[in-house]
Design a binder for this molecule. Structure first.
Ligand code: GUN
Ligand code: ZN
Length: 430
């Protein structure tokens, strides 16, 4: 038996990238959307959807905006409980707050509670796909994939590998990192909506031997993603130079070990040399912009417009908990603010595209998620564009959909998220 639903509201679909000129013209609005068995069948006017599915139940969202669910391309779900920890920059922040908390995830019960908590919180903020680092414990990966499977949620995750410069209890070895990651790939990659990302934390916490082992694993499983961090803070870049004296630059520490490729996701990538930028673009790797994290842990400003103009693949992310928010709305606002400081006012369409289609394309999942179009998975967020008095009074002045959306991108939070649908099922409503 087929399962059909018609949603009505302002259904927003991108017809092309808003970075390819005239951003406001990159999307269309329809009044309705038909979902069948978790997949978008069509968008159009309400009568047309009714003709396609005369018996389908209708869910009416008034003038709320229905768009693709948010795709958060870089998070650390194990850092949920230490978000907004005071007073440290990257390396001290890792040692003071992050590593002690991550040390708790060898307990499968704790990992399960935190995975549920993370997915509950982010669902309420409109995030339908997250790409998460776990901890070194395989149990933390299993817990995350299990929690996502129970919600039929499309996620990407991997065991964070570290064999030096971290507490001993959090360290694996080159061999156990390889073995445990491989076992998790066999268990989870491509199972339902789960995908595995091979996950060396960053070069400072991996020996060359571990990077080599994970590069070999990626070569054996080239359809996996690979996620790591790159050139986030200047101190970190200097440290990498001392740890890898033979490397030409930070990116080279990955490339020399088989960890540079088109399915690579490089978090932050703020302080890049021209040669690193060229290589990343040549191979089609993705840079993941984490704007609230840029400022919260004092890393610096990612030059998004410049990287976009160079032709980089770019995703948008919260970087929970180095980032200071679970909200991909707040993250769009922060991306706007950082854009302003780098001399470019990003258009509301560009911000929304980055949080949906752009991130999905960074994950090579742009044909399945990140937009509303026939054949795509029905992961949707329904946004109330007048969710607070402050936003409502501003939105009434709007002359078009982008002016109506922008106050919510700048000032909105989970109160703006009226409903969230995952694979055609409503999973959150307020
Ligand atoms: N670099 C290495 N590990 C981390 C982490 O957990 N968060 C952030 N923001 N940067 C990192
Ligand atoms: Zn990170």
């Amino acid at each position: 038996m087929t399962n059909e639903t018609i949603l009505t509201g302002q259904v927003l679909s991108f017809t092309r990238s808003p970075f390819d000129g005239d951003p406001g013209g990159a999307a269309r609005l329809d009044a309705a959307l038909l979902i069948r068995d978790g997949i978008v069948v069509a968008t159009g006017d309400s009568a047309a959807m009714q003709t396609l599915a005369p018996n389908a139940p209708r869910v009416a969202y008034g003038d709320a905006l229905i768009c693709a669910g948010f795709v958060d391309a870089h998070v650390h779900y194990p850092q949920t409980a230490i978000i907004a920890s005071w007073g440290k920059r990257l390396i001290d922040w890792l040692n003071t707050y992050t590593f002690p908390e991550e040390g708790r995830f060898g307990d499968p019960g704790y990992a399960a509670v935190m995975a549920e908590s993370y997915l509950d919180l982010t669902l309420a903020h409109g995030t339908t796909t997250a790409v998460s680092f776990c901890t070194t414990h395989p149990e933390s990966v299993t817990a995350f994939f299990e929690a996502a499977r129970a919600r039929n949620q499309r996620v990407v995750a991997g065991k964070t590998c570290m064999d030096r410069n971290a507490p001993e209890t959090l360290c694996d070895t080159a061999q156990t990192a390889y073995d445990q990651s491989r076992t998790l790939i066999d268990a989870w990659h491509g199972r339902g909506r789960a995908q595995y990302a091979i996950t060396p934390r960053f070069s400072p916490t991996s020996t060359p031997e571990q990077l080599e082992a994970l590069g070999a694993l990626w070569a054996e499983h080239p359809d996996c993603l690979m996620q790591t961090h790159l050139s986030e803070q200047r101190d970190e870049v200097a440290w990498v130079r001392t740890l890898f004296p033979q490397a030409r630059n930070y990116l080279d520490t990955y490339e020399a070990h088989g960890l540079l490729g088109p399915r690579g996701l490089y978090g932050h990538a703020i302080h890049l040399e021209p040669r690193e930028r060229d290589r990343l673009r040549e191979v089609g790797a993705a840079l993941i912009h984490c704007p609230t994290s840029n400022t919260f842990i004092g890393s610096g400003l990612f030059a998004l417009a410049a990287r976009m103009a160079e032709g980089h693949r770019i995703g948008l992310a919260t970087d929970t908990g180095g980032g200071s928010s679970f909200s991909m709305l707040r993250t769009q606002g922060a991306a706007y603010e950082i854009g302003q400081l780098s001399g470019t006012a990003l258009h509301p369409a560009q911000l929304l595209w980055l949080a949906t289609a752009g991130s999905a394309q960074a994950l090579h999942l742009g044909d399945r998620i990140g937009n509303i179009a026939p054949g795509m998975e029905a992961d949707l967020v329904v946004l109330d564009l007048a969710s607070t008095p402050a936003i409502a009074q501003r939105a009434t002045r709007a002359g078009n959909i982008w002016e109506a959306l922008f106050p919510t991108q700048m000032m909105g939070d989970d109160r703006a998220v009226r409903a969230v649908w995952i694979a055609g099922q409503e999973r959150h409503a307020r």
